[in-house]
Design a protein around this ligand. Structure first.
Ligand SMILES: NC(=O)c1ccc[n+]([C@@H]2O[C@H](COP(=O)([O-])OP(=O)(O)OC[C@H]3O[C@@H](n4cnc5c(N)ncnc54)[C@H](OP(=O)(O)O)[C@@H]3O)[C@@H](O)[C@H]2O)c1
Length: 278
């Protein structure tokens, strides 16, 4: 697969905090021109040397404006010289029992974490095909591979984007474009404070849900750093043959190895107990 090179342009969605910020810095330090995105690019704190573009994945109209934003920075979507590295990072963490998730919540999490990531990818693929090289990296979640109670909508949105990615991987291989998914475990980014929560405080799930959320937040605060995840994301950027799936944090190698050996319910039980559920 043709390499992508320093001096070329990388686009990182959600580059103002956490994993996106760390990978934007890693790409910048590796010599790429880095464009990041934010819902509030004029007031957000961009990493030094990273240009911020407006993007709200919850809003299809905002995604539609992305090609114009790229053109205004001298990047053509249809010829050589466009974006050659895309890190689909921006996402939202949603929590709630399946029975109580309103349609609006389901639409929101799939719009941001799945449809939004796919539409952003569509906007840069023509340029990558024309230059016959590129790397597209989707930031999923280990919860996309390992289901957890009360994280159904989030895990499903991440599993869905992984399936899109694996299909696109074969479609784009012949054009010199590598497609990979990076699934982080618990990462200390402060994401806990930004989770959306849908639960009836007087409903039948409230007690268990609260236990799960407390443990989830504790695991996240004890998680590995965003910089460690960024180092993992750089692997498919620099590899001659990027792998389909990378995973990091939450003892990922052990978890994936165990999943190949254990019955599904046994594996689900381990994850549930890790989150305080019996
Ligand atoms: N932290 C973890 O434990 C963990 C574990 C597994 C997977 N992940 C995944 O890793 C990715 C990054 O997570 P993080 O922990 O680094 O999160 P974070 O610190 O909350 O950062 C999220 C970034 O996405 C942007 N963003 C949020 N909502 C957006 C929207 N609707 N449209 C466009 N941009 C939006 C934010 O920028 P603005 O606010 O400036 O718009 C911010 O830069 C997400 O996809 C998440 O699901 C995280």
């Amino acid at each position: 697969m043709p390499p992508v090179r320093p001096g070329e342009t990388a686009l990182v969605t959600g580059a103002t905090s956490g994993i996106g910020r760390a990978v934007a810095v890693a790409l910048r330090d590796a010599g790429f021109r880095v464009l990041g995105t934010s819902r509030t690019p004029h007031t957000a704190d961009a990493p030094e040397g990273v240009e911020l573009l407006p993007l709200d994945l919850a809003d299809p109209a905002s995604i539609a404006l992305l090609p114009g934003e790229l053109r205004s920075r001298g990047l053509s979507g249809s010829a050589d010289g466009g974006v050659t590295v895309l890190v689909n990072n921006a996402g939202e963490s949603q929590n709630g029992p399946v029975e109580e998730l309103p349609r609006s919540a389901l639409e929101r999490v799939f719009q941001i974490n799945t449809i939004g990531q796919i539409e952003v990818t569509q906007k840069v693929l023509t340029g990558m095909r024309n230059s016959r090289r590129g790397r597209v990296i989707f930031i999923g979640s280990m919860l996309g591979s390992f289901p957890l109670a009360y994280r159904g909508s989030y895990g499903a949105s991440k599993a869905a984007v992984r399936q899109f990615a694996f299909a696109a991987r074969r479609e784009l291989r012949g054009f010199g474009i590598g497609v990979s998914v990076v699934e982080p475990g618990a990462i200390a980014t402060g994401l806990s404070a930004r989770r959306t929560v849908y639960v009836d405080p007087d409903g039948p799930y409230a007690g268990e849900f609260t236990t799960m959320l407390r443990r989830l937040n504790r695991n996240e605060s004890r998680g590995i750093s965003a910089e460690r995840v960024a180092a993992e994301i750089m692997k498919p950027v620099t590899a001659a043959r990027p792998a389909p799936l990378y995973a990091v944090g939450s003892q990922a190698p052990l978890a994936f190895a165990a999943a190949r050996l254990l019955p599904r319910d046994a594996m689900a039980g381990i994850l549930a107990r890790r989150h305080g559920l019996r």
